[in-house]
Design a protein around this ligand. Structure first.
Ligand SMILES: Nc1ncnc2c1ncn2[C@@H]1O[C@H](COP(=O)(O)OP(=O)(O)O)[C@@H](O)[C@H]1O
Ligand code: SF4
Ligand SMILES: [Mg+2]
Length: 350
């Protein structure tokens, strides 16, 4: 399988805000990253950092009163003969014909709770067959065979019988597999998996992650894997984007981020994963403080109230930007670059 040099999806300076009577929630506040065929980008951060809203923005399924206020979501399609078509999904209407085609077509979503994407009123087979027919125009009989094949591929035992069952008859692990089969029915190029294994026990979690890896190898899928779990990132991701309050604090190749994290937030997240080398019952480090209330967004660097490296007068006044610190590792922090705007003068100059 080849990895193309050109990203198939580029998110640039994406801002998605919720305008509520009580205030504005800047859920995604200038996030940028690239997705490549055959690679997995892990998006990691604590709960409330804007990971799900980022995913929903890409698919244009952000609930009201949320809107994309700025930025680009560039989807690239290979038109053959070296021609690449670039579409900015941020410019589309949520419900445009193109967006409906892309959702569940080129870009598929799986998430934590399969029960909300699987209907209790139809058998799992009916739902997968429907999706296959919609995207491939096969006859009911052909689509049923293909659905059984898909269920087999995602590791459902006795797929020719399971196909006629309802989702509530299946275990959590099997339901998650069915949701993956449903996502694959349209032959997507990009799979967004939002905390796909968070609700599962450790063994089932490992099986589902294995399955995703195998499907990626077979189909060259680009995967965006959203998780709050650095352990899952270490297992699965090629590249990582660490999000904090709607912004990318740091991103780069997974090995580099794990071996030489630069951003203080990344460092704290890594300190909070259990080490196999730690003596039993070692207390895990936690990140001091908590995520601020959505309406009380800190000025300057959003992480400054919790940061051990905080520099008064700099971090609370200026907003750091992502800069390359070493090859392909970009960091948004004043430890690595100066504020671009000169700090306000506090004392009269002589
Ligand atoms: N429908 C909504 N209305 C208002 N605020 C929302 C809505 N959905 C998410 N948010 C807010 O956006 C921020 C990011 O949420 P989310 O993307 O779900 O975080 P994560 O997935 O990283 O846990 C949070 O402050 C959350 O409260
Ligand atoms: S910019 Fe300042 S407050 Fe923000 S992470 Fe870097 S050192 Fe900490
Ligand atoms: Mg989420």
């Amino acid at each position: 399988m080849t990895t193309n040099d050109q990203p198939i999806l580029s998110v640039r300076n994406l801002k998605t805000f919720f305008y509520q009577d009580e205030g504005v929630v800047q859920a995604v506040d200038g996030a940028s990253f690239d997705i490549y065929a055959g690679r997995t980008l892990g998006i990691v951060g604590e709960s409330g950092c804007g990971k799900s809203v980022t995913a929903r923005s890409i698919l244009r399924i952000v609930e009201r009163p949320g809107i994309i206020v700025e930025g680009e979501i560039l989807l690239r399609r290979d038109m053959g003969g070296g021609r690449i078509q670039e579409i900015d999904l941020a410019q589309e209407d949520d419900d445009s014909r193109l967006m409906r085609e892309i959702r569940g077509g080129e870009i598929a979503l799986i998430f934590q709770e399969p029960m909300t994407s699987l209907s209790p009123h139809y058998t799992v087979g009916n739902q997968i067959i429907e999706a296959i027919r919609l995207h491939k125009g096969l006859t009911a009989k052909q689509a049923r065979l293909e659905a059984i094949e898909l269920l087999n591929m995602v590791g459902i035992p006795k797929p020719d019988r399971r196909i006629d069952e309802y989702s509530f008859q299946l275990s959590g692990g099997l339901r998650q597999r069915v949701m993956i089969a449903l996502a694959l029915a349209s032959d997507p190029r990009i799979l967004i998996a939002d905390e796909p294994t968070t609700a599962l026990d450790v063994t089932t979690q490992a099986q589902i992650l294995d399955l995703m890896r195998q499907l990626q190898e077979e189909r060259g899928l680009a995967i965006i894997l959203i998780t709050h779990d650095m352990g899952v990132i270490a297992e699965m991701a090629d590249d990582v984007a660490v999000m904090y309050l709607g912004q990318v604090a740091e991103k780069g190749p997974v090995d580099q981020i794990f071996h030489d994290p630069k951003h203080p937030y990344t460092r704290s997240l890594l300190r909070s994963i259990p080490s196999i080398f730690a003596p039993p019952r070692t207390k895990l480090a936690t990140i001091s403080g908590s995520i601020p209330h959505p309406y009380a967004r800190p000025k300057g660097c959003p992480f400054h109230p919790r940061c051990t490296e905080f520099m008064a007068g700099v971090c609370d006044r200026h907003q750091p930007q992502l800069h390359a610190v070493v090859a392909e590792q970009t960091v948004s922090c004043f430890l690595y670059n100066e504020p671009e705007v000169a700090a306000p003068t506090l004392e009269p100059q002589r």
